[in-house]
Design a protein around this ligand. Structure first.
Ligand SMILES: Nc1ncnc2c1ncn2[C@@H]1O[C@H](COP(=O)(O)OP(=O)(O)OP(=O)(O)O)[C@@H](O)[C@H]1O
Length: 231
């Protein structure tokens, strides 16, 4: 589904991403872990053609993401609040994103009903602009909007950050369900080793831009990661 070849990002004289080769198969749930500054967000930004690699290529279904736009039809992401439009209300934002994907206002309202529990009564009909929501609630808006396009590939940067424990558990259930029912390919970066090992079937550990471990999750993975990070 996604193939990475000789991917490098260099800022000044610092190489912040250096991945000789990586393949992600359809339906995989990939957790990206690594300490601050390891290069996770930079990697995601290259995956989504938000920044250009210094060298190398990211191919999605065989097409270079920097040369083709086809991947945008089946890829959704939420990296940070920069993806939102902060002078809109959540309803206006969902309607706008829905319109980009050919959904009517009624469709969008219908779609949002399934997120009642995830939103926990804090998102819709609040009469507030997105900019006035807490960071956690802004995350909820961004994640629900990304899922609205029923993507084949979903990329989320630290989706559990700023979410209360109840919403973290609801998000985990939601992502598990989507990967099971839609065979969605998912990338999730997180500092929460419990959550990523819980929902991801593959864990990629990066340090200084390099892949240090690439493992299929099993009952020993959490202990292995905890051991690595406590060293
Ligand atoms: N535009 C830029 N110019 C220079 N250096 C940058 C730029 N963007 C990122 N970096 C550097 O690249 C390195 C990787 O950053 P990145 O944000 O990808 O790490 P991360 O793994 O997502 O970290 P965190 O867990 O803290 O979010 C960091 O050292 C960062 O300072």
């Amino acid at each position: 589904m996604i193939e990475i070849k000789d991917l490098k990002k260099i800022y000044g004289n610092r190489t912040v991403v250096d991945i000789p080769g990586l393949e992600i198969r359809a339906g995989e749930t990939v957790g990206l872990v690594g300490n601050n500054g390891a290069g996770k967000t930079t990697f995601f930004r290259m995956l989504l053609d938000l920044i250009r690699p210094t060298s190398g290529v990211v191919r999605s279904k065989g097409e270079d993401v920097s040369q083709s736009s086809d991947w945008k039809n089946y890829t959704a992401s939420y990296l940070d609040e920069g993806f939102l439009i902060d002078y809109l209300t959540p309803e206006e934002y969902f309607t706008f994103i829905g319109s980009l994907h050919g959904l009517s206002v009624a469709h969008v309202a219908d779609y949002l009903r399934q997120y009642d529990e995830f939103f926990n009564g804090e998102i819709l009909n609040r009469g507030k602009y997105i900019r006035d929501f807490s960071k956690g609630n802004q995350n909820k808006v961004g994640i629900a909007a990304a899922l609205m396009q029923k993507p084949e590939i979903l990329v989320l940067d630290e989706p559990f950050a700023n979410l209360d424990p109840t919403t973290q558990i609801r998000l985990k259930n939601l992502l598990r369900e989507l990967s099971r029912t839609r065979n969605m390919t998912t990338f999730i970066s997180s500092h929460d080793l419990n959550h990523v090992t819980d929902i991801c079937n593959r864990i990629i550990l990066v340090e200084k831009g390099q892949v240090i471990k690439d493992i299929q999750t099993d009952e020993n993975t959490l202990a292995e990661l905890e051991n690595y990070f406590s060293g």
